[in-house]
Design a binder for this molecule. Sequence first.
Ligand SMILES: [Zn+2]
Length: 286
Amino acid sequence: MKRRNSKWLTLALLPPLAFSGCAGGLALAPVASIAVTGATKAAQASRPISESEEYYLGRAVAARIFSQYTLSRNTRLNHYVNEVGQTVARKSNRPQTFRGYHFGVLDTDELNAFACPGGLILITRGLVQTCESEDQLAAVLAHEVAHIAHRDGVNSVSKARWSEVLTAMGTQAVRQYGGVAGNLISLFEGSIDDVFKTMVVNGYSREAEFAADQEAVVTLQKAGYDPQALSQVLEKMMARQKDNAGGIFKTHPPTSVRLAKVKTTAPCASPPTANNRRQRFKEEVG
Ligand SMILES: [Zn+2]
């Protein structure tokens, strides 16, 4: 399982400049370039994960998700979800990431959504179809965008692990590809494990989930969507929970508790849902 991703991991380790670098030096030059940044080892070992590292970590996590799920071939649906997602992301408190936000639909009946570090957000067809309106879809996506904005994914990389990665990056011997670099890859792989396990198996903390819900309500309002839409979709999810014990229900606090919390914070005044959005949702999702 671990070895299967090793080729990808090698790419994931490369900073962006690697891709504009000289041909043939792909293995050596990028690793060396991240090794010699001028900072002391001690300073390096304590710095947070950068935006570009977050992006590559997210891509590696996404690769693992795609080993379990297939991206929907419904181009229109992917395009639509992307459009709604971009609208929400622009109004979030982190409108820009290293390579921007991307949204996709996973072809499964399961109810789930994943926010890969850096801005790739994947939502299952089952969860899209649980929504009854564009506003409700926007609510689910706004919750995921909030996870990106709060860096919940990268924050699940253990501090000890990241410190080891940075120390390995700072070692001069990393220039000799295959030596420390090999160790670096396995350390980086451990970081991916941390994020993947948190996102897909254990879930973020309850506090992180409630914070993402709160943030989603604010984002919905800023984007012109109904701030009550999150409560509405949580109610829909509760109704489907008894047949879907896994997925999002496994990694999130009880939906009833989320709903109660959201209801106490969402503004009472609910703007009318625009007819054109309702119509568009019906055409695209059915
Ligand atoms: Zn969540």
